[in-house]
Design a binder for this molecule. Sequence first.
Ligand code: SF4
Ligand code: SF4
Length: 408
Amino acid sequence: MVQYTKVPDHPHNENPLLPLITDPADPLAPIALRSTLLEPNTDQFQGPLEKVYLFWIVGASCDGCTIAVTGATHPRLEDLLLGRVPGLPRVELIHTVVSVESGPEWTENLRMAAAGELDAPFLICWEGSIMDETYSGDGYWMGLGEDRETGRQITSLEWLDRMAPKAAAVVAVGTCATWGGIPAAANNPTNAKGVMDHLGKDYRSTLGLPVVNVPGCSPVGDNIIETAAAALLFLNGLAPLPEFDELGRPAWLFTETVHRHCPRAGYYEEGVFAEEYGDKECLVELGCWGPVVQCNIAERGIVDGHGGCMNMGGICIGCTMPGFPDKFAPFYAAPPGSFLSGTTSRAVGGFIRRVRRLTMHDKQRSVRWQDDELPSGWARYKTQPVGAEKAVHRFYSKVQHHNDGGSQ
Ligand code: SF4
Ligand code: SF4
């Protein structure tokens, strides 16, 4: 367990008892107070909950996950904040960057959550890995406000430990928060780890959920919001608990491999590989790990269905996987297994590709042109089918029409 007593009193805070803004009508008051003034709009919500609080707390992070979530479109973050998604409660967001209030008014929201004083359930989205405060010497890695009475620095981790037992769900967002990510790479001087590693196997939220994990570096924004929305629908009693895999990932988002939905998968299957970036073929020999990586960015895109590694000509470096980054290093070098699969694919796929080409030529020819030259003025050479193409046509016709008495 973290040794909070190692964190010293704040040396600069001469007046730790500064008055807190507690007037709910003050726009700089904690949202947990301001929110109580909002009249519930019964036309806007279904189910028992009109609102929930969402605490977005950050550990060792680059803020990439925050940027990613603002790109979500199904639904949009703004729609959740305005409470205009049917069936979902309005979301009151407490975020280290975008909240209106700051300083003690901001941390007051956290204190109220930890003390059970909020007037609605709350979720925690944790971004970034958890650095081990027992490794921080006389200082701290992740400070987040001060104790109002003593001025003692409170760490982000301390807030997590206080709030997690009272949260309806804890969602680890991004690979740093889920598995440790880049800060937990080899050597790992801060003993960085994921939320699940910190809270442990036996952790359960008030809804009975272990930590939910939405990995990615950064994750697809829609994966984050869609998971939060699924949890909110469940919380609101309007949907069953969605399926999670044994690593706590939303199963519908992380079961398929990148490779299965990659726009270049057809090249792999036919054994054709890129030799340098910019080539249009499969990138496995340039270092792509897509065949073994579970990630849906190829079919979902990064923002509103567009972009994403494979769609933009990049290789997959396995950023959603618990083994990232160490087990995928060095990046941009052919994965060890690619020699075997690539060689097999070249041999089998090369044969299939040639047979398909013959078939394609046959199908490019209407029945009227079957034994003649193409009537197209664009044709550059004699185009009657010969040899293998004729044999292919006869073969297909025979198989295709074997029920009605032979070839046509
Ligand atoms: S580029 Fe990667 S994901 Fe795409 S087909 Fe090749 S190996 Fe599979
Ligand atoms: S395709 Fe690979 S590198 Fe790109 S987001 Fe998915 S797992 Fe990460």
